[in-house]
Design a binder for this molecule. Sequence first.
Ligand SMILES: [Zn+2]
Length: 420
Amino acid sequence: MNLLNFNCVKKREPIIDWFHLETNCLDDKIIAQPNRNVKHIFTRAEFVTKNVRSGQQTCKIDKNNLGNTTVNVSTIRTWKYKILNIVKKLISGAGMKHRILNCMHLIHSGSADIKRNSKTGKAYYSGISVCGSVWLCPVCSSRIAQGRREELGLASKSGMMPVMVSVTLQHYRNDELKKLLSVLNGSLRELKQGNWWKSFIKRYGIKAHVSSLEITFSERHGWHPHKHILLFLDVSDGEKDLKALKSELIQRYTNLVSEKGGYASDFHSIDVTACSDNINGYIAKWGLINEVANAHIKVGRAKDSYSPFQLAEIAGAGERWALVAYLEYVEATYGKKQITWSHNARKVLGIGKEKTDQELAKEHESLDDEIILSIEREQWKRVLRNGVQGELLELAEKGGDGAVISYLAGLDPGTTNYNY
Ligand SMILES: [Zn+2]
């Protein structure tokens, strides 16, 4: 076995036997009952009885009345890293260049550090590059979405009435995503220009708005780009007629869409929902973080409707149609903004200066956070070759440096899942 070379390693008993571990899951909480001296590692549900040698992640569930069932367990985080590695492979395989290829990969100086966030207790990598790509990177986009959701949470405290407007257009299997996005964005841009819009926002007391672009794909129906727009209404002079607001918007929007060669109707265009009572519920549905969570859990999604991350996963498994669609998505979203605030919205809503995606992707990092473990360049390459960045964070968080060292010791240095 190669000698491992780590900095900042505290002396700790090696963890030698992870075989035959079993966990009991009671509802959504797993209470681990490992044998021997590794009990301290297994304290949280999503962590795993990962067999270091086979890589199998399993737990035995005893769900009271459901009886014993064996299920695979993986965390959302390990899934995100898995997708990140797949996306890199798809993009480099297609000969495309994109900054995601260096994400969670390049070491800035000397080592990749695993740190623990002092507020959340979450382990994270420091000293390596992040791409800040909201469309392609499941790791960065989930951090960015978290930051954006926090901003929206602050906006909801402005005292104005939030109204959610969902905007889409009709689409067919062979419609190009680029064209659909151009019609959707172009129609909305024009909608918000000129005298019609000025009069509209004045009559309904709309003081600010923010929109989020999302894209899903269906094998049967093709691309489904849609926008969620949150309008903030000043209702200090009385309630507004949302039915009238909706019908005015539909009329104007459907005209603009057909002028641009697209299709929209009363049923495939705009929906309006007042969300003053449950804005946090609506905010939680925004952005790719929701797509990430749904994609991971794969529950409650329309059959045959995939998020871009799911599409990448299917493409990575060798489905040609998914690869073609995914690469089209990569090109069509290049340079596009996901979240757009109206002019002065942030001032009106009192939420300060907008942070860039890159800033949000690194916001969880702090110089003061404890370093759990530093991994030198050669060892880091081995981690990348095996595509186990997510697993390492799980281990570091739950079992500390000893768990990571033990895991790496059992990792095959010759595995070349990814070509780094
Ligand atoms: Zn990234």
